[in-house]
Design a binder for this molecule. Structure first.
Ligand code: PA5
Length: 468
């Protein structure tokens, strides 16, 4: 089986020294509370943390695959050329991560025959939305409107813009075939619209928050539409679930990763968590994790209601590209970071470097080797440089980038973050800071019920702005 592995040798004091590295005793000391944290998380599996069970939702998987199969004729005939996700945050980052990881990096430029592009329109920058409207024929698009709450202003405004455009382009009746909605079974404004319009739709189940929803129809529908191996993805996640559900600390990668994150911040003063993907394909998976970590652990209040202001700052970097922009800081800058290197053992391609210019030393050593060897050497070079400079790192080793290994990784990170929440003593599943911004935007846009907040904002803006 293509199991992913967590190698934490280089986070230990034996590799990076006592000041920055963890002693085995540090890990032993957190083992019992880690096991208890896992038990506490798993006890909520059938209650409010139903995302834990998403890999096993066979009926949902079948419905998603059936829907994707019904759309194949439209893709093959050229009637639909683009699948466009209208969503944001947890309703978009996983879609992009899966597509980037599991489709060709050039899928959307050199579109394979009979396959749609996947465009994730996760911003309301008018230059993005406007350029989309100028560039694409909406009558050749299938819009996957994704919003768990069914009320997020960004997604709803895009829905309103694109629905109108669709109706103008193809007519009231035909526009319905161009929209598939993923939302709550009952809450929010989208569900009654789905019922009234007869749009195809999928449910974001209860107990599945936005950033934990990638393995629900939120992430699966667009993935199935662009030909990603959804059964493989879920099987990988299910394997990781089985591996971590009850395993004790020493054998449990989710518990060890969560403990390292917590100890790096609380004991080693490293608030920056860098995910360094040595895989172009996994770059957006790093972005997906950044949201998972930031929104889950970045909290003002403890579970006891006290102000604690905790949370690591996630950073997503891509090897080798960011060796030439960020590694200088990582190796010589402040000792405030720890690193997770995503390493892929087997690439899909082997690219040989032909021997040329034998009399130029700067080129001749490359000839006869492979780009693969160079890529591995660069990754190992970075790991060694970090270790030599006393910068702790772990490696998550992917045998290859497949739906199965990505499913394992995503589930591993989700469970790990849930356990981190217990260590940090905060609620990892709410997002009051995000809600505060949403409420302020509703107030500024004149949504009914938000007048009082609008008045507060206006009153607070009393002073003259300082602008140069
Ligand atoms: O993780 C989260 O909960 C958020 O990032 C949400 O996914 C994001 O705010 C979008 O919310 P919704 O899916 O309700 O439109």
């Amino acid at each position: 089986m293509d199991r992913i592995k967590l190698d934490y040798t280089n986070v230990l004091s034996s590799a990076v020294g006592e000041e920055h590295g963890l002693r085995p005793a540090d890990l032993e000391a957190i083992a019992a509370s880690s096991d208890a944290a896992l038990a506490a998380v798993q006890a909520r599996r059938t209650k409010d943390l139903r995302w834990l069970d998403l890999p096993h939702q066979d009926a949902v998987q079948r419905d998603v695959l059936n829907y994707a199969a019904t759309m194949q004729a439209s893709f093959k005939s050229g009637e639909i050329e683009n699948v466009v996700v209208l969503g944001i945050g947890g309703s978009a980052l996983g879609n992009r991560a899966l597509h980037a990881a599991l489709s060709s990096p050039f899928h959307d430029i050199a579109r394979p025959d009979g396959m749609p592009r996947l465009i994730v329109l996760d911003n309301v920058d008018p230059d993005l939305v406007g350029e989309f409207l100028d560039t694409f024929d909406v009558s050749k698009c299938l819009f996957n409107v994704i919003s768990k709450s069914g009320s997020t202003a960004e997604t709803m405004s895009q829905f309103l813009v694109l629905r109108k455009r669709l109706i103008e382009a193809v007519g009231e009746e035909a526009h319905r075939k161009h929209i598939v909605v993923t939302t709550d079974a009952e809450k929010g404004v989208l569900r009654p619209i789905v019922d009234a319009e007869g749009y195809a739709s999928f449910i974001v189940p209860d107990g599945v928050g936005g950033r934990f929803s990638v393995l629900s129809p939120v992430g699966l529908v667009s993935s199935a539409l662009v030909g990603i191996d959804v059964p493989g993805l879920l099987a990988g996640a299910a394997d990781m679930d089985e591996r971590c559900r009850e395993a004790p600390f020493a054998e449990n990668p989710a518990l060890i990763y969560a403990a390292i994150q917590f100890l790096m911040q609380s004991k080693k003063a490293k608030p920056m968590a860098v995910t360094f993907s040595y895989s172009q394909r996994l770059a957006c998976v790093g972005d997906w994790y950044a949201q998972l970590l930031a929104e889950s652990i970045g909290k003002r209040k403890s579970l006891a209601g006290e102000d604690v202001f905790v949370g690591p700052t996630p950073i997503s970097a891509v090897g080798v590209t960011d060796q030439h922009s960020q590694v200088q800081l990582y190796v010589e800058g402040p000792f405030d970071k720890w690193f997770t290197l995503l390493a892929v053992e087997r690439a899909d391609h082997t690219v040989e470097i032909p021997s040329q210019y034998a009399d130029h030393d700067a080129l001749s050593y490359l000839g006869g080797r492979t780009i693969n060897e160079l890529f591995t050497a660069e990754r190992e070079g970075t790991r060694i440089a970090l270790t030599d400079a006393s910068r702790p790192s772990v490696s998550i080793q992917f045998p290859a980038v497949t739906a199965h290994s990505v499913g394992q990784y995503m589930y591993l990170m989700e469970l790990s973050v849930a356990v981190m929440g217990e260590h940090y003593g905060i609620d990892a599943f709410d997002q009051p800071g995000v809600e505060a911004g949403k409420i302020a935007a509703y107030a500024l846009m004149g949504r009914s019920g938000y007048d009082e907040r609008r008045q507060e904002i206006e009153a607070a803006q009393g002073g003259a702005p300082k602008v140069v």
